[in-house]
Design a protein. Structure first.
Length: 274
């Protein structure tokens, strides 16, 4: 479905998107703006990226910095008087076998992919409670539900995002606040450029999966927006992701067999780690 043909909600919404200079975040910001929503795009760049459409506001925001989150909250209050949707999308890619990935890699991805989401939720929940309305959308990954070998740190933080999203869905519902978690499989994006780990074999494999995917960020964004509009708690964007998730839930032996095969392939093709 073309982004411009996405149906708009009954009234324009105020939406903040993190990690909006590229990939899924940019596709979401563009789609939201095209249908008439007011959008604040944020990313780590201090200067406004050329990729962000002129109709979209921009604010520098490093999700690791509490001061940046405070600035975003102040901007939303001063400019819009509130917020309807917070999309915690910012993240980096990593991977690696447990005996290859370093502790520095673990600290980096936890700080960005997991605590970045926590900081966003913590910053904006008081405002949403004051309003008695709103929606938090946390972008995780199919890796948060289905845990393939060679991706321990990435799986762990994305599973954490799924867990905090489910927790807040129950916790904030009495305040009129919905919480959704997005779990896409691989799609074409620049996420591969953020790989920075010691396990170069797993990095190369991850980049190949991203590059060979038949799905674009724009296609995934269209599905995500429909899930946001429907206020779904879990938004699965891909047929293969749905199959994998159902296999894990309802056909556990088949799921375990597939994961063990993947682990065997890694073991047979990788170099010995000294």
């Amino acid at each position: 479905m073309p982004l411009s043909s996405l149906p708009a909600p009954a009234s324009s919404r105020r939406v903040l998107v993190t990690g909006a200079a590229s990939g899924l975040g940019l596709a979401l910001a563009r789609a939201l703006a095209e249908r008439g929503d007011r959008v604040l795009a944020t990313d780590v760049g201090r200067a406004r990226p050329h990729s962000v459409p002129a109709v979209v506001d921009y604010l520098p925001l490093d999700v690791r910095l509490d001061a940046d989150w405070s600035s975003a909250l102040a901007h939303v209050r001063d400019s819009w008087g509130g917020l309807d949707v917070l999309i915690n999308n910012a993240g980096v890619a990593t991977g690696g076998r447990i005996d290859v990935a370093t502790m520095d890699e673990w600290h980096r991805i936890v700080d960005i992919n997991l605590l970045g989401v926590v900081r966003g939720c913590q910053t904006f929940t008081p405002l949403l409670k004051e309003q008695g309305s709103g929606q938090i959308v946390n972008v995780a990954s199919l890796a948060g539900l289905v845990h393939a070998p060679g991706m321990g740190s990435y799986n762990a933080v994305k599973a954490g995002v799924v867990a905090i999203s489910e927790t807040l869905d129950h916790e904030l519902a009495p305040h009129g606040i919905a919480v959704s978690v997005v779990c896409p499989a691989f799609f074409r994006t620049s996420l591969g450029a953020s790989f920075a780990g010691a396990d170069v074999e797993m990095e190369a494999a991850g980049k190949r999966l991203l590059e060979r995917s038949g799905r674009s960020a724009e296609e995934v964004a269209a599905i995500v927006l429909r899930g946001i509009d429907a206020r779904r708690d879990i938004i699965l964007t891909d047929w293969d992701g749905r199959i994998a998730w159902r296999a894990k839930r309802f056909a556990r032996p088949l799921y375990r067999w597939a994961m063990r095969r993947a682990g065997a392939r890694i073991a047979s093709t990788s170099h010995t780690i000294e």
